[in-house]
Write a protein that binds this ligand. Structure first.
Ligand SMILES: N[C@@H](CCC(=O)N[C@@H](CS)C(=O)NCC(=O)O)C(=O)O
Length: 228
């Protein structure tokens, strides 16, 4: 049985979606990042980066959401494109684009818009600009084809869904008007039974909801340590 270390945040939710889509048996193990569970030695032994998600599958340990999507796709053969150099080229490119571009820039946009103690216009604009640019690239691709890799739903669409469904927090609700094709994909995936089950996973556990000093200390290490 796969052990799935998670919280209700966007990166774990992509993996919850894939686990539900594939029907693999798994045990969801909560990591309450607002209480600092991600920094406990037993969790750092699984993911030295101290973030969620991670999975343990027999003797395989995998961390980083997009690596897990790829691992589960290869394990099951499901939601993967054709096994050809051309299709693999597209898979790796778009999956890494989501991992290194869409995710981190959307995350920083959420941070500077909603969480930073000072509203720094330069930072807010930089990350909103890059997040808008990245979502625009996805939208343009989805204007030409139904899914990120063509005619079929794959792990790349799940990776996109993880962050794009949080558009209101990343760029504000009105931003959806700029990305109609991306909205179509997000709405389609959100309506899938597996997405409803993925969203319901976190309701099985009680996560801390208060964003108090303990939560800030656990999630924003830079507030207590000056390195620059
Ligand atoms: N590149 C990692 C990023 C993981 C990540 O940033 N996870 C967030 C939740 S979406 C987290 O664990 N936050 C808690 C913290 O930063 O302490 C991935 O894709 O899995």
């Amino acid at each position: 049985m796969i052990k799935f270390y998670y919280s209700g945040a966007p990166n774990p939710m992509k993996v919850a979606l894939m686990l539900e889509e594939t029907g693999l048996p798994y045990e969801a193990i909560p990591v309450d990042t607002r209480k600092g569970d991600q920094h406990k030695p037993e969790y750092l032994a699984i993911n030295p980066n101290g973030k969620v998600p991670s999975i343990v599958d027999g003797d395989a340990t995998v961390f980083d959401s997009n690596a897990i999507l790829l691992y589960l796709g290869e394990k099951t053969g499901k939601f993967m494109p054709a096994d050809t150099p051309k299709a693999k080229g597209e898979l790796y490119s778009w999956l890494m684009f989501v991992a290194s571009g869409v995710g981190p820039f959307a995350g920083q946009s959420v941070h500077f818009r909603n969480y930073a103690p000072d509203k720094i216009e330069y930072a807010i604009n930089r990350y909103a600009y890059e997040a808008t640019r990245h979502f625009g690239i996805l939208d343009a691709r989805l204007a030409k084809q139904k899914y990120m890799l063509g005619d079929t739903y794959t792990i790349v669409d799940m990776a996109v869904w993880g962050w794009a469904r949080l558009m209101p927090a990343v760029l504000g609700e009105p931003a959806w008007a700029k990305f109609p094709n991306l909205k179509r994909l997000v709405d389609e995936i959100s309506a899938r039974p597996a997405a409803a089950r993925a969203n319901a996973v976190k309701d099985k556990h009680k996560f801390k909801t208060e964003f108090d000093d303990e939560a800030k200390k656990a999630m924003f290490g830079h507030l207590s340590e000056k390195v620059a």
